[in-house]
Ligand binder design. Structure first.
Ligand code: IVH
Length: 677
């Protein structure tokens, strides 16, 4: 970390400020269970203070948060002094830190061979100590400041996962078990759902919900909370011996009826530690509980003893943290984007921030409701969440940090792209400009050209922008009058690529009716509705002439969709565009017709594996044309499974349920009986 400090006076000033901030957040986190900044932001403040203090050691004071870990226990609980301190863990933030840790251990143990480690998920809950005497649960305490914690015996008793008597009888007479009490993700979601239904305050995350539940003075409340535990170590051991390896001790705990995390794995050497880390990064989203990293522990207890401790952490263990999924940044501005159907979406422009492995500078704010729910203003400090591959979102606003000059977000009353009036539809604002609106036009053209629509290869976003901005294309029909010369002089285009584009446009003239209908971009008419409409009307003009009532006789078309379709075809400019397309030779034909009635009418089919004679989408369309409903999952009601190559779990499930299995060859044979050209 570069300090960027010009004088000791400046350092002192910043140190004082950081200590105040950290104490404030410590209080909220440890005492109130109500943090208002993400852990990663707290870690950043803490790391900054530590760095400043090590550069200016004479400024360290006894009351600095770096000299004391944790916060004061709540007064109302009894105090428990830990006979053996409850330690904390040092952190590793990357491979290099992890390698350093491994190297130091090898040096200290004077070993050149690989070290054996126990790898465990770092659970995101509350550390507790459970005391068993003669196999009976006697007392439980929180970690507190590591030396003394709160007596939470009554609350712990309510957690069914914690045995009141140990099973088997080979346990030490006095045994202190240590572990993490946590709330599984599903239980957390339910708890918050119930709280929401009752109009109560929601918990920020499962860790806070677990902490809040454990620190209830009324244990009847704790009893209603979905808490559980994973045990990860021992403290006092008297009147009996334990095995010589950490992993074996945990196996003993398991045998005695205590919960131990099943992800525990013993590995040898640094490379295997890294492999475990990568495997857990992938597995993380599917675990039923939250973890924030991996804990590596030297497995041999004798080696742990040789290594010993420094201040508050053992030298034989380290917590490798996952990259932060939350970060704080500033909302710089809000802009309004116009979508294909005219919906106006507020987009947050953010001070760029690194989170979940990428730099984020924009996030959608969805609609007016979301802005109200967040209570967000321009200038606010906001928490950005990016978990896994999920699109980043503004998860909350830190209201305590709101600057005096924060500005309210004002919704436009006219379209930012074409100045047309906006209409309000529940929580959404929509531009009424239709294809007159340049923004909607661009989106409509992009949709028209997309793979599942007219499939015009090479007509991407940048090109569409240029074509519309230079007024070469106003409607999708204009695409079919473009010349190579017009396209060749656009940015990043040459003679050859222009020719390719024009050829692709040409090729798209002959298409299928479902694609043509889908390409028009009618609201809520996706691929399968387009297919149903094509199958029903067989001709575009028939569809255009259909009334809203008649449209509702088509499968999957309800009153809302029928209304959208009717409205679309009633608009003069839409009819004009369609006629222009037809005049330029664009043609959507109904493919092979089916002999007699639809042979698969009333049946539900599922598709799986890779097909060779057609794509999955084509297979789906064909099944639908034959009258089948196509579903994504197998059940006892499934009529048949069309199984291509490398069919996996669906094939297994179908055989188990006795569902008819049809191979691609069988299917081809069946089609020959049904379909004529
Ligand atoms: S071992 C001396 N193992 O992390 C070792 N801790 O930063 C003490 N934690 O207070 C802890 N999962 O609350 C250990 N598998 C695990 C853990 C774990 C979560 C928490 C625990 C501890 C904190 C240390």
């Amino acid at each position: 970390m570069t300090l960027d400090i010009s004088s000791p006076e400046q350092a002192e000033q910043e140190i004082v400020q950081l200590r105040q901030q950290i104490s404030h957040h410590n209080h909220r986190y440890y005492v109130l269970d109500e943090p208002d900044i993400p852990d990663a932001e707290y870690d950043r403040l803490y790391a900054r203070l530590k760095a400043l203090e090590s550069a200016f050691p004479h400024l360290i004071t006894d009351d600095s948060p770096t000299q004391r870990v944790g916060g004061a226990p709540l007064k109302a609980f009894g105090q428990v002094r830990h006979e053996l301190p409850m330690l904390s863990l040092d952190n590793a933030f990357n491979e290099e830190d992890q390698a350093d840790f491994n190297r130091k251990i090898q040096e200290r143990l004077d070993r050149t061979t690989e070290i054996e480690y126990a790898c465990e998920p770092k659970l995101d809950g509350i550390a507790v100590s459970l005391l068993y005497e003669d196999g009976r649960f006697i007392r439980a305490a929180t970690r507190g400041d590591g030396t003394a914690g709160e007596d939470i015996t009554q609350n712990i008793r309510t957690i069914s996962a914690i045995p009141l008597r140990l099973s088997s009888d080979d346990w030490p007479r006095r045994l202190e078990v240590r572990g993490e009490v946590y709330m599984p993700s599903a239980g957390f979601a339910q708890l918050n759902q119930r709280a929401k239904a009752r109009g109560e305050k929601l918990f920020v995350n499962p860790r806070n919900a677990a902490a809040g539940s454990l620190r209830q003075l009324d244990s009847r409340i704790t009893a209603r909370r979905p808490l559980t535990i994973y045990c990860y170590g021992v403290g006092i051991v008297e009147g009996g011996a334990l095995p010589g390896k950490h992993s074996e001790i945990l196996a003993c705990l398991g045998k005695w009826g205590l919960r131990v995390c099943p992800e525990l794995k013993v590995v040898k050497g640094l490379a295997a530690c890294e492999q475990y880390y990568q495997a857990m990064v992938e597995k993380r989203a599917n675990l039923p509980y939250e973890i924030d990293g991996i804990v590596y522990k030297v497995n041999a207890i004798a080696e742990q003893q040789t290594l010993g401790f420094i201040s508050r952490a053992p030298r034989w263990a380290i917590a490798r943290k996952f990259p932060a999924q939350e970060a704080v940044t500033t909302l710089v501005n809000v802009e309004f984007q116009v979508g294909r159907t005219g919906a106006i979406t507020p987009v947050a422009r953010l001070q760029p921030v690194f989170v979940g492995g990428v730099t984020v500078s924009n996030a959608t704010l969805h609609n007016m409701d979301e802005i109200q729910r967040l209570d967000i203003k321009i200038g606010d400090s906001v928490v950005i969440l990016r978990a896994g591959d999920v699109i980043p979102k503004v998860s909350r606003v830190i209201h305590s940090m709101r600057p005096d000059d924060a500005r309210a977000i004002e919704f436009p009353d006219r379209c930012p792209a074409c100045d047309s009036q906006l209409e309000r539809e529940e929580t959404t604002l929509r531009c009424t400009g239709g294809l007159f609106c340049a923004a909607q036009r661009k989106e409509a053209i992009k949709h028209f050209a997309s793979r599942k629509a007219m499939d015009i290869d090479g007509l991407g976003e940048k090109l569409v922008e240029q074509l519309v901005d230079r007024q070469l294309v106003a409607t999708v029909a204009d695409l079919f009058s473009l010349s190579v010369d017009q396209v060749a002089c656009l940015e990043r285009m040459g003679e050859k690529s222009a020719e390719n584009l024009i050829n692709a446009v040409d090729r798209s003239r002959k298409t299928t009716l479902p694609r043509f209908i889908y390409a028009l971009g009618i609201r809520e008419v996706g691929e399968s509705t387009a297919q149903a409409l094509a199958a029903h009307y067989q001709d575009l003009h028939q569809l255009m002439a259909a009334s809203a009532e008649d449209l509702q006789t088509v499968d999957d078309v309800g009153p809302v969709v029928a209304g959208h379709i009717d409205k679309f075809f009633q608009q003069e400019h839409n009819r004009e565009v369609i006629e222009a397309l037809l005049a330029k030779g664009v043609e959507g034909t109904v493919e092979a017709t089916v002999v007699g009635e639809q042979p698969l009418a009333g049946q539900t089919w599922v598709l799986t594996g890779t097909l060779h004679t057609m794509s999955r989408d084509e297979g789906k369309a064909l099944l639908q044309r034959l009258g089948a409903k196509v579903s994504g999952s197998i059940s006892a009601k499934t009529s048949a499974l069309l199984a291509g190559e490398k069919a996996g779990s669906k094939l297994a499930k179908a055989s188990k349920l006795g569902v008819r299995i049809v191979t691609e060859d069988d299917f081809t044979r069946m089609q020959q009986e049904w379909v004529t050209d």
